[in-house]
Write a new protein. Structure first.
Length: 251
């Protein structure tokens, strides 16, 4: 069964603890099975309360951290510090050098471009690094909601260019809401309309809110497992493996 994912929901959407049930119900009714909540240093306790209640609404909840480093050294230090604490790590690519460093670093899941100007950092050379690092790019609805008039038109143009480069280089594209309050939440099909606006292939658009983000999360859950060593290599419990083989033989 297909699972729809909003990979970028701010923790601020849960503005008070007594609203958690109501917000989770709305997200579920919109059609999502999975959301990633962007956390700050003060929201870890809130996340645990949300996660405990999420199962009642058929939702899977995962942790996301959005990094805005001042320089490449700070980026690397932050990644060393937090990589194993969050299922999803995004880097806001305001600076060209940081964008390049994030694109080539396999510890980064998503390149985020929060402004019109930042999109110009995503060039073909940066895309080549992202392809090697298996890093996705993010198209966030809130970025478009934040601008009007000629700036929105220019944002659409630059986003189309970025999407075209990503597709050419085989880079994954994720579309999400970036919602900071419940009124900015949109259902999966409404997010898909952004894909049509940016001239993504019709057969690809639905994947940007389902299969692509789902597989990124699934891969990272595997990496965060205590048995993970490196891609394709895991520590196997020999006794458990032998028991499983014996069970298969007995049946």
């Amino acid at each position: 069964m297909k699972k729809y994912v909003d990979m970028y929901v701010s923790s601020s959407i849960f503005h008070s603890e007594n609203q958690i049930d109501k917000i989770l119900h709305i997200i579920s009714e919109l059609g999502y099975a999975i959301i990633c909540i962007s956390l700050n240093k003060d929201s870890s306790d809130l996340f645990e309360k949300i996660k405990r209640k999420s199962g009642d609404f058929g939702l899977e909840i995962y942790r996301r951290m959005d990094l805005l480093p001042k320089n490449v050294q700070e980026l690397k230090a932050k990644l060393r510090q937090i990589r194993r604490k969050f299922e999803i790590i995004s880097v806001r690519c305001i600076d060209k050098k940081i964008c390049v460093a994030a694109a080539r670093d396999r510890r980064v899941d998503i390149l985020n471009f929060p402004t019109l100007e930042s999109l110009k950092n995503f060039t073909e050379s940066t895309a080549n690094l992202a392809a090697e690092g298996d890093t996705a790019i993010e198209i966030c609805l809130k970025t478009f909601l934040n601008v009007r008039g000629i700036r929105r038109a220019r944002l659409i143009t630059e986003s189309r260019k970025a999407a075209k480069i990503a597709l050419k280089k085989g880079i994954k594209i994720v579309i999400d809401s970036g919602a900071e309050n419940i009124f900015e939440m949109r259902g999966p099909q409404e997010l898909c309309s952004l894909g049509y606006l940016l001239d993504l292939p019709e057969e690809y658009i639905d994947l940007t809110v389902s299969e692509i983000p789902f597989n990124i999360i699934k891969t990272n859950l595997s990496k965060l497992s205590a048995n993970f060593v490196l891609p394709g290599v895991e520590i196997v419990d020999v006794e458990e493996k032998n028991w499983s083989k014996k069970r298969e033989t007995d049946t």
